[in-house]
Structures are given as structure tokens and as C-alpha cells.
Design a binder for this molecule. Structure first.
Ligand SMILES: *Cc1c(COP(=O)(O)O)cnc(C)c1O
Length: 396
């Protein structure tokens, strides 16, 4: 099979690989010729201002990864050791890892069945019934720990029920840090995602909607937070001459080389989003009538469909389908192990809602190929392989 120029040469249909057909090479050459290759430079500034204006935020701070952005976002809004942070149970592990980096504890929230996001009703019950306000904050009555932030993760491009979360956050005095790493270009209530967090975070990892090779961005409207994010990401350096530091910082800056690729990708973002939406629509049409189901799109939402995912009847047929597709050269992958089942957390979490919905979704899920340069023929190839799988199975 011929692969597109500017995309990794893999046999078969890969799950999700970048499309690098814009100004990437020209901008990289500019970095080399100008000497601006490291953690400052015109492409970093341009990428920051482009993304800030795209999602309508006042400030953007580029970071070495989405994980780095989330880590410093939590630190900036005041999460400390032994605090608790409310976060999605069904997610890639990065937002939960950053809670642990701070020696804080995740309060994992089970998913809801329709959109597969954090079930915000569980958050409300937890805050109303299991927490109490004291002079120095909101406390979990069961664990005695301070509840310090809410970290909703918009998985697969579909936003969490954000009005409910921000309403609760205001009522209980909690900051919201938004993990929008999978939802660049998605909209909620007519507004692009990345606007509702006190700090919102994006990722430019290789499999994300746009890539800088590796990288991320934190956006905010709060000038003090923007300054703090920048300060912490540059080793908390107080001055450029004497190298004095008042606190422990991080080397989390994005390089100009990475930002060069990122800016070239940003220029193509609208096309990438349209392609993802078209791919999702095509799969829905081609797979209609088969025993598979889809993530429902809420009426107030427009998903960027970062990673198109189906549900099969049970875990056994999901695994069989995965192997069947693999033999046909079609790469697919289940969703992540729910966080409450992760050995990495070793019991250092609480769980709201029991986790059955996350377990069921993770067990039945399969993400399908959806690179932004995927062709109609490739989509048809994937769909007909899935049809073949089910017709071989059904007694006729
Ligand atoms: C990709 C991703 C991240 C982290 O991004 P990196 O840039 O890879 O560090 C964080 N959260 C979620 C939900 C992600 O999918």
C-alpha cells in the first residue's frame, strides 16, 4: 500500500499518524538558518498567540508536553501535597499522573453511558454529601483531605458536561483545570473548548489533532497564572543574569524547532478537524446495521472526533475483532484501562460511582483508523473488514 508523502510509511492502515504536508520543512529550515533552535524564538511566540486567539483566551504558555502543561496548571491553581483532585476515571493516565506528581490524590469519577465522559452527577453528590466547608477550604469528610480542584478530561473530542462542572466549581469555590488535550477544535455551547478552565491544557503529541513532534500549551485569562506558568516552566528563574531562584522550577519549555512544526500544523488545523468529522460520519454510515454502537454527540456539542471509537457487544468479541482487523493490516486499539484498575495508583485514590460504566466502555471499545489524511478507500477497507468479521460470525 502506498502511503501519503509526509506521513510515516507504515504498511496497512495505521490508527492515527500525523499529516505533515504544510510549511513544516520550511519553518524548520528557518530555525536552523536563524540559529533560533532552543526554548525561545519567534515560532514559540507565534504558536502561543495563534492558539490563544483561536480558543479566545488572553494568555498561552507553550510547554514541552500536554502532561507538563497539566502538571504546572494544577500547581499554579494551588494543588498541594495531600490534597484531592476530582478527575475522570476513564482517561489516558496523564492527568492522573500529574496529580500524583504533586503527591495529591485523585478522586476518580465514573463515566456516563451516552457520551462516555465524567458523570457530573456523581461530582455533585460527592460535593454536596461527602464534603464539608471549613475556614481553610472544602474537605472530604471520609478521607479528611482538602479538595483542591476539578480536572475534567474531554475524552475522544467530546466535552464533559461543562456548565454543570463550572456551576459546581463556583458554588464550592474550586478551580477547574481543563484537560482539553483530545478536544482541540471541539465546541460546547457554541464556544470552542479550552475556555472554561481557570487554566485549560492542550497537547501536540504525535497522535493528537495537530503535532509539534511533542509539546503542549496552557491557556488562561488570568495574568498572574500566566506569569506563574511561564516562571515555573523556566526553572523558576527570577532574573536572567544572576540566576537566582525562589522556588523549585521545571525545564518544561517548548523549543522553537518544535513550535516551528506546531505552527505549520496549526495553519492546517481547520482541514484536520473537517477530515476527522468526515471520517466519523463515514464510519457511522458504513457501519450502520452492524452490532456496534457509537458515542452519542450531545445537542450542545460539536465533537472534533479526535479518535473515532466503536463499542462491540462484549470484551471477547472486541478482542477477536481487534485480531481480525490486525490480520487485514488494519490497526485498532481499545480505550485505556480505567484508572481505578491501574496498578500504577496502588490504592492511592477514591472512586465515585463504582467504576462499572468505565469498565464496560473500556472493555467493549475499539478505536478505528482516523489519521487526518485517511482516504475514503481506506475507510471503506476498514468498514468492509468489520462487516466481514460480523458476517463470518453470524449463523446464516
Ligand atoms: C495526550 C494526552 C495528554 C498528554 O499529552 P502529552 O503531550 O502526550 O503529554 C493528557 N491527557 C490526555 C487525556 C491525553 O490524551
Amino acid at each position: 500500500m502506498q502511503s501519503e508523502p509526509g506521513s510515516p510509511n507504515l504498511n496497512g492502515v495505521p490508527l492515527c499518524v500525523p499529516t505533515l504536508n504544510g510549511n513544516e520543512a520550511d519553518y524548520l529550515r528557518e530555525c536552523i538558518e536563524s540559529g533560533w533552535v532552543s526554548s525561545a524564538g519567534p515560532f514559540v511566540d507565534k504558536l502561543e498567540s495563534s492558539l490563544a486567539s483561536y480558543v479566545n483566551r488572553k494568555y498561552a504558555v507553550a510547554m514541552a508536553s500536554g502532561t507538563a502543561a497539566l502538571h504546572l496548571a494544577l500547581k499554579t491553581v494551588g494543588v498541594r501535597e495531600d490534597d484531592e483532585v476530582i478527575v475522570s476515571d476513564l482517561t489516558f493516565i496523564a492527568p492522573v499522573n500529574v496529580i500524583r506528581y504533586l503527591s495529591a490524590y485523585p478522586v476518580l469519577v465514573d463515566a456516563e453511558k451516552r457520551h462516555w465522559q465524567m458523570d457530573t452527577r456523581l461530582v455533585e453528590t460527592f460535593l454536596r454529601e461527602k464534603c464539608e466547608r471549613r475556614q481553610d477550604g472544602l474537605f472530604n469528610k471520609t478521607t479528611g483531605r482538602r479538595v483542591a480542584a476539578i480536572l475534567p478530561v474531554h475524552i475522544l473530542g467530546h466535552p464533559v458536561e461543562l456548565n454543570h462542572i463550572t456551576g459546581l466549581a463556583t458554588e464550592f469555590g474550586l478551580p477547574v483545570v481543563e484537560d482539553a488535550t483530545e478536544s482541540l477544535g471541539s465546541a460546547y455551547d457554541g464556544e470552542l473548548v479550552g475556555k472554561k478552565g481557570v487554566v485549560s491544557c492542550f497537547s501536540f503529541n504525535g497522535n493528537k489533532l495537530m503535532t509539534s513532534g511533542g509539546g503542549g500549551m496552557a491557556v488562561t485569562d488570568n495574568p498572574d497564572y500566566a506569569e506563574k506558568l511561564r516562571y515555573l516552566s523556566t526553572q523558576a528563574k527570577d532574573d536572567p543574569i544572576y540566576y537566582r531562584h525562589h522556588e523549585v522550577g521545571y525545564n518544561y519549555r517548548l523549543t522553537n524547532i518544535q513550535a516551528a512544526v506546531g505552527l505549520a500544523q496549526f495553519e492546517q488545523l481547520q482541514g484536520f478537524i473537517e477530515s476527522k468529522k468526515k471520517t466519523a460520519k463515514a464510519y457511522r454510515e458504513l457501519l450502520a446495521g452492524l452490532p456496534v454502537s457509537f458515542q452519542e454527540e450531545a445537542p450542545t456539542v460539536s465533537s472534533c472526533y479526535w479518535l473515532f471509537t466503536i463499542l462491540v457487544d462484549n470484551e471477547k468479541s472486541r478482542d477477536e475483532l481487534l485480531r481480525f482487523l490486525s490480520k487485514r493490516g488494519v490497526q485498532s486499539r481499545p480505550l485505556w484501562q480505567p484508572m481505578h484498575q491501574s496498578p500504577a495508583l496502588q490504592g492511592r485514590f477514591s472512586l465515585l460511582g463504582g467504576g462499572q460504566v468505565s469498565e464496560e466502555l473500556a472493555g467493549r471499545s475499539l478505536s478505528l483508523p482516523c489519521s487526518s489524511h485517511i482516504t475514503e478507500e481506506e475507510i471503506e477497507q476498514v468498514a468492509s473488514s468489520i462487516r466481514d468479521f460480523f458476517s463470518a460470525r453470524s449463523p446464516s
